[in-house]
Design a protein around this ligand. Sequence first.
Ligand code: ADP
Ligand code: ASP
Ligand code: MG
Length: 400
Amino acid sequence: MLVVKKFGGTSVGNKERILNVAKRCIEDYQKGNDVVVVLSAMGKMTDELIAKAKEINPNPSRREMDMLLTTGEQTSVSLMAMAMDSLGVPAISLNAFQVAMHTTSVYSNARIKRIDTERIFNELEQRKIVIVTGFQGVDRFDNYTTLGRGGSDTTAVALAAALHADACEIYTDVDGVYTADPRKVPEAKKLLEITYDEMLEMATLGAGVLHNRSVELAKKHGVQLVVRSSLTTEEGTVVKENAKQESSEISGVAGDDDAARIAVLGLEDTPGIAFKIFNVMAKKNVNVDMILQSVGRNDKKDISFTVKEEDMDLAVDSLKDYLPEGSYEEINVKNDIAKVSIIGAGLRNNYGMAARMFEALYEANVNIRMISTSEIRVTVLVNRADMEKAMVAAHSAFKM
Ligand code: ADP
Ligand code: ASP
Ligand code: MG
């Protein structure tokens, strides 16, 4: 059996934890399994590297950022190989270049295109544990890229798909996927199973326990995931196509404080304006999330939308460059905001559920700034200071 095991930053945060992970992987190996391990950078190393970069240059190039950040994962994989070696088990660490993990060239948000499997299979054949850097890739010009924050999960799933692994296990610092972030909503309940679709919405809307692209890939390739704790042997949460219907009304609540709102005010009320704005964002690789257009008045209208906070400056500068002078009155930005969402297949035919969420927010005295919905979710934009309160309130309004 071939197993891909991924461990996040906290799980490899210090010497003891690295040894703990090494032992867990060796247990698997000694059962006769082929073991491929994917690691994140130790603890908060990625954040620290970002802070270091900003000390030198507040606006570092994305290429150099990725070059820097790949060192985090390279540190943990080599230390892990040394740990396994010290325990008497042959292991080898490989970075994205050595594996040949091919990605697009979009620095800080690259997508995996193809993974060469030959080197990994060769090493496994020699009965080594293979330890691969998460989060990083290489583009067609041999530049290092990264897959976006939390991207090691995606590396693990992509590897599991490419290697046709029999299992893909995501080990982290919580013992599974909960109905909400258990650190923010103490009443949150652990789920035994969740569908790809629900997990994808949860992850996209801020449940950082899995990188959303990893869930997308898992669904596409039918890779069943298990999310569980690296510190306990508690059974985790299975993410798969069809999950057992639990008696809960919604599958969860998610919060995302990585958001900024951009409002372009006093735009001409003519055809093509929305196209101009969002075409610029697409060209600059800025992901746009919620969009709100006001009713036109006196031949003017406003368009507001949200982006990731790190993209805010780029988005505003590009709009100023591309929108013709005089075609708008003002661009207004706000970054102390957050999104709170309820997610669940049960929302499909039940309009009363949105109202119940709004009532709970009203009772908690949380002001809603924007609303957006899809078939299986309702998202509201709130002040960042209200995010946790809003998550707790929304969670308590439903049977979980
Ligand atoms: P890792 O470094 O292992 O990848 P992350 O910090 O990326 O760990 O993800 C684990 C964290 O995700 C947990 O500590 C928890 O606070 C957070 N989290 C957010 N939403 C959820 C959820 N619905 N269920 C479980 N954990 C969640
Ligand atoms: N180290 C990277 C990050 O902190 C990738 C990951 O942990 O998945 O975002
Ligand atoms: Mg993570």
